[in-house]
Design a protein around this ligand. Structure first.
Ligand code: ADP
Ligand code: MG
Length: 434
């Protein structure tokens, strides 16, 4: 993959890897303008099939350009519509943030064309969305609940739908959207084309695909090892009551460009956010209980680089694509293995480097093991002197009694000490003493 060259002004030349996909000149131009020079593998695989009208189930890990993989064919297919006409394309996404982000990709790649896209999601007054829909939109992107709401009010019609996309399908099912998705799909014209995108394809996603897609073609670009390779992944064993001090210490030591701190609960997110704010500048917090306007503001500030440390829950953190993220801190170990993949996928996007730290309390050894089995990779242990979990035996060189003095930990301390054998291999299959 080539890295992006920003703001190419000249029209695309024949060297563009997208030329081979027989796209229209406006699309090629928009791609060049966006700095997309070569299609990613999922784009190269999915775009031609989608253009051919086939249903496709596309699996690829996070950060591999799945959004453009469906945005490009949709833009090639839709025609400018009139006021009051039903949209031609519908994209379902799990969160409000993603709805906004996917719409931005439409806007970026529709550059110079009269294609209107509207994002509909809860938490914003429905009125404004109704107005936008009534002005006519070729593409609607929305969360399932709000889409159903518009459907029942008659402010959104499906009779002209030609293409339906389920983005982050695994996540939508995880967070309980199955009934809503099914209701929506049952009301879509049978003749439609369906594209399903997912980082993982567990059985519920497969079942959904079997029930609602026509003979879908599967494209799997997830290597067996689904961990993201450009990311260094560490874990730290730490007692529950020392996690905050460890976080503070790591932020000071690592000086992340931008970081996300993932917490399990909304309340925990608030609490950690408050404590971090007292110690660092540019900290913000985001979770599902915040009003939508606040969430939008925080996301915009994070994207603009004004927020350096974002404390988030899984639902909201998922799918966030901000290129400056250098660090992920799993303050609470994720509850579901797939969440680990998604959290860590927030960094190391498009081949950039990233580091992920997962905090593991002595009781959470099994959770860690399950994650490692899932990603088929062992995380490297990074025992930070002074923060070892009391129930684990401290390294011989580490005198006891230095703990409790977190803030004063020296700057230049040994970094990242792998615990496993010299060759980095596990002793026994995923077994360890915590
Ligand atoms: P996914 O949905 O697979 O997690 P995204 O669609 O969010 O990934 O894309 C991740 C990042 O890669 C975005 O910043 C996007 O702008 C960028 N990107 C997508 N396609 C390309 C491409 N062909 N060339 C360069 N950058 C790309
Ligand atoms: Mg995506």
């Amino acid at each position: 993959m080539q890295t992006t060259t920003k703001e190419k002004k000249s029209p695309p030349t024949n060297s563009s890897g997208f030329e081979d996909l027989s796209l229209s000149p406006p699309t090629l131009e928009a791609l060049a303008k966006a700095g997309y020079l070569e299609p990613t593998p999922i784009q190269a695989g999915l775009v031609p099939r989608a253009l051919a009208g086939v249903d496709v189930l596309g699996q690829a890990r996070t950060g591999t350009g799945k959004t453009a993989a469906f945005v490009i064919p949709i833009l090639e297919k839709v025609r400018p519509s009139k006021k009051g006409q039903s949209p031609q394309a519908l994209v379902l996404v799990p969160t409000r943030e993603l709805a906004v982000q996917v719409r931005e990709e439409f806007v970026k790649l529709a550059h110079g064309r009269r294609i209107h896209s509207v994002a509909v999601y809860g938490g914003k007054p429905i009125r404004g969305q109704i107005d936008k829909l009534s002005r006519g939109a070729e593409v609607v992107i929305g969360t399932p609940g709000r889409v159903l709401d518009h459907l029942s009010r008659g402010t959104l019609k499906f009779d002209g739908l030609e293409i339906v996309v389920l983005d982050e399908a695994d996540r939508m099912l995880d967070i309980g959207f199955r009934p809503d998705i099914e209701k929506i799909l049952r009301r879509c014209p049978r003749s439609r084309q369906t594209l399903l995108l997912s980082a993982t394809v567990p059985p519920p996603v497969e079942r959904l695909a079997r029930s609602y897609m026509r003979d879908p073609e599967s494209l799997n670009f997830s290597p067996k090892d689904i961990s993201v390779h450009t990311i260094e992944q560490f874990y730290c064993t730490v007692d529950g009551d020392r996690k905050f001090d460890l976080l503070e210490h790591l932020i000071k030591r690592e000086e992340p460009k931008q970081a996300i701190v993932f917490c399990r609960t909304k309340r925990g997110t608030d609490r950690i956010g408050r404590r971090l704010t007292k110690r660092f500048k540019d900290v913000a917090c985001i979770h599902g209980d915040l009003p939508q306007s606040g969430r939008d503001r925080v996301m915009a500030a994070f994207r603009a680089g004004k927020v350096r440390v974002l404390v988030a829950t899984d639902v909201v953190g998922r799918g966030i694509d901000v290129s400056g993220i250098s660090h992920i801190f799993n303050y609470d170990i994720p509850q579901f293995c797939d969440d680990y993949v998604h959290r860590v996928g927030r960094t190391g996007r498009m081949g950039r480097e990233g580091v992920a730290y997962t905090f593991v309390t002595p009781e959470e050894g099994n959770e860690l093991t399950r994650i490692e089995v899932r990603i088929n990779k062992l995380l490297t242990r990074d025992e930070v002197p002074g923060f070892e979990a009391v129930s684990s035996s401290p390294p011989a060189s580490q005198p006891a009694g230095t703990e409790g003095d977190a803030g004063a930990a020296p700057e230049a301390e040994p970094k990242k000490k792998p615990m496993y054998g010299r060759n980095g291999r596990p002793p026994k299959r995923f077994r360890r003493a915590l």
